[in-house]
Design a binder for this molecule. Sequence first.
Ligand SMILES: [Fe+2]
Length: 388
Amino acid sequence: MPFKFAQSPTIIFGSEKRSELVPSIRKYGGRIVLLTGKKSFTGSKYWEELQGDFEKSKISYRNFVISNEPSPEDIDQICRQNQLKETDAVVAIGGGSVLDAGKAVSAMIGKKEPVKTYLEGVGTKEPDGSTLPFIALPTTSGTGSECTKNAVISEVGENGFKKSLRHDNFVPKIAIVDPELTLNCPKGVTAASGMDAFTQLLESYLSTNSSPMTDSLALGGLEKIKESFENVMGDGNNLPAREGLAYASMISGITLANAGLGTIHGFASSIGGRYDIPHGVVCGTLMLPCNKVTIRKLKKTKSNDAALVKYATVGRMFCGVPRKSVNYHINYLLELISDWTERFGIPRLSQFDVQRDAFPEIVKNTGNKNNPVDLNEDELLEVLESRH
Ligand SMILES: [Fe+2]
């Protein structure tokens, strides 16, 4: 069972732990580039509190707003406006897009080339790993970007892409996960990003590259999904439930960075590059059909029985009734995903104008990543059809 487990950030987790931001910045100096989202954070009472803290501690900041999943131009523009020698650290407070943008900016400030040069599958060079210290504070529970080593950069359109800027050194230096910051997260975003965290935990648990270490972390994260996701959807102000979901999301970042992901995230890249559709929606909406088709193929081909046992392990954990068959627990898990997809109102692809005639092209660009079994083009098409 050989495996490699990459570095993780210093994690500061818990309600009110945002108070650790100023001393964390101070470790590196007092001049920061600060990235925030459209309004989730800057529209909250915490923004005023933080501005006061910055003033008191003489921290100077230049604030940039990221309103969508970051494009190469967004990153290049921010980098052009900031000098490496005048910046001590980069701080991002926001959802996955803001954190990814911060991660990319921290790696690209001072570089001569545009970020596209270093994007996987797009550029011509590999990043050398040099980066400014980066501090991440998530305000949604979904991507786990506060613990990953890649930043997803998108150019949406017919020839669009969604690709990663990736290096082991790009893992944030510090992740401050304060669940109170997620209290303002709107219901639709909470639902889609929660389904993303759920998908990331399940895919990394089932991954062909998983290890005993990622397995135990993923199962712990899935327990928190069980304990907290429904409660958060029932009452967005339920802080203990928000804590559980924030933990699950953070852990999903660690497991995906070390075990990899599966076909659902293959779709997230091919669909997300072509259409303006939130990452969590793609994952949430395809979670049921993709797992269904994967399980059907695993049973038919008998190629990876261990993966079926893993599916059943997760189903048993959610079900809470131990002495049932593998099939019973697998079906329990699928029914739970189906129920949540409906009840949490996860939109269909057509609601984001994803066209049927683009399916063949999407399928061609979809990789299976580390799915426990590879789905062929007909199977991938079946997955898309069922959520059009
Ligand atoms: Fe994801």
